[in-house]
Unconditional design. Structure first.
Length: 453
């Protein structure tokens, strides 16, 4: 078997099954993380690890076959900007782990958020988004998409019906984070998804902060996006993003509400994306994102990063177990410290926020992000950051290492004070991303830093 034949065998899961491959969709996440997707081993070499196909282009299967590939009448690879066998193995593994039908990997989480919206919305359209967003996503929606002519209507997720009130005939999507950072109040996924289905509007959920421990697709979300850079990669080595389609949203029945997928595309023989997807057995939302947005904008993930993210997936269930256990211990410690004014952690929430945490989190987990404010305010928070010795001070979450940051002067610094407060960032707020170290060592470092502050 040639290398090209091996690549095609690994990738085209809907057409060819790698010898020995089997479906693990009904198995536990720990098993899916290692065995999900069609790749079992490389039939050309016997390699068990997914190969890194470090190539720009792929040999075309004759002129007739090439015609079909370029016309999207057959599955296969043309150019790594659009698809690659290593990327495809990652996409299959993640889609299966998430409980989705198909996935698209891109260069970063920001690219995933942008593509998720641009795949549906055009100039003159709008989306409704929860106000509880990562600062970079807020800036993308409030400034960059606005410059494209796409309006974002921010609403308070504490009232799910606010999404309905903000909806009009040009609303194309609802958007939210499952565990909004920094408020850490779980989004009402099921409630808003049901409202969206009433109107023919998909709920897109950024689940970056809670893979496996919150399952948006099981509660009615249509699409999930990830910054795979975070928990999925898990080691702070690789940038990547992903979009996962549930496969359950009725795109084909919503011609007026979702024109991007239902109107003829002149660049593909005047066919609709519903028709194109049906012809080759793919899912229209992911197919359009790949064939239009990756083709035209080119935010491609590198084969090396796709490979690294596969390695991250394989240990994701085990790492999350330690992340979440450590976070509870750290949050309990901070909650009882006399110099700590407030701890932001789902375990300590009350009322509706606690009900949502108990509804959507996997039992016994509350995520691995912990926020708190020292009684000394902004300056005490800054002194605390500078005094840390074990925690790293950097702008990331989901690393195996424990991380700390002062959002007001870093991740959310591009926002006005009013917008910072709307997202939950107060001047003295400190965010911790709890890693997989021994919890006693983490608490010891926090203790000495608090005393210094």
């Amino acid at each position: 078997m040639t290398l090209q034949q091996s690549a095609e065998t690994i990738v085209n899961a809907k057409e060819v099954t790698t010898p020995g491959a089997s479906s693990f969709r009904s198995r536990h996440p720990e098993t899916q993380a290692l065995h999900g997707g069609s790749f079992r081993y490389d039939p050309a070499t016997g390699a068990v690890a997914v190969p890194i196909y470090q190539t720009t282009s792929f040999q075309l299967p004759g002129t007739e076959g090439a015609d079909k590939l370029f016309a999207l009448e057959a599955a296969g690879h043309l150019y790594t900007r659009v698809s690659n066998p290593t990327q495809d193995a990652f996409e299959q593994r993640l889609a299966e782990l998430e409980g989705g039908a198909a996935a698209l990997a891109v260069s970063s989480g920001q690219a995933a958020s942008a593509f998720a919206i641009l795949n549906l919305a055009r100039a003159g359209d709008n989306i409704v988004s929860s106000a509880g967003l990562y600062g970079g996503t807020w800036a993308l929606f409030a400034a960059t998409l606005k410059s494209f002519g796409i309006e974002t209507r921010f609403v308070d997720a504490a009232d799910p019906e606010a999404f309905a009130r903000a909806t009009d005939d040009r609303t194309r999507a609802y958007y939210a984070e499952s565990l909004p950072n920094p408020k850490l109040e779980v989004f009402p996924i099921g409630e808003v998804a049901a409202i969206g289905r009433r109107f023919g509007i998909p709920l897109i959920v950024d689940n970056t902060a809670a893979p496996l421990i919150i399952r948006p697709l099981e509660h009615g979300a249509a699409v999930v996006v990830y910054s795979a850079t975070k928990y999925i990669g898990g080691h702070g080595t690789s940038i990547g993003g992903a979009i996962v389609d549930s496969g359950t949203f009725p795109w084909r029945d919503l011609a007026e509400r979702q024109p991007a997928l239902n109107e003829p595309d002149p660049s593909y023989q005047g066919k609709t994306w519903i028709e194109k997807a049906d012809a080759i057995g793919f899912h229209p939302y992911i197919l359009r994102a790949r064939a239009v947005l990756l083709r035209d904008i080119g935010a491609a993930i590198s084969p090396q990063n796709a490979f690294q993210l596969i390695q991250g997936i394989e240990t994701l269930p085990l790492r999350l177990r330690q992340h979440t256990e450590n976070a509870i211990k750290v949050a309990d410690y901070l909650n009882n410290h006399p110099k700590v004014a407030n701890v932001i952690f789902p375990k300590f929430q009350e009322g509706e926020a606690r009900r949502r945490a108990d509804t959507y989190f996997k039992p016994g987990t509350y995520g691995a992000l912990v926020g708190f404010e020292l009684k000394g305010g902004r300056e005490a928070g800054r002194r605390f950051i500078d005094a840390l010795k074990l925690f790293y001070h950097l702008a990331n979450i989901g690393d195996a290492r424990s991380l700390a940051i002062h959002p007001s002067t870093t991740t959310h610094s591009q926002l006005s004070i009013e917008d910072q407060l709307a997202t939950g960032v107060t001047p003295g707020y400190v965010r911790l991303s709890i890693g997989i170290e021994h919890p006693d060592d983490l608490i010891s470092d926090l203790s000495q830093a608090i005393e210094t502050a």
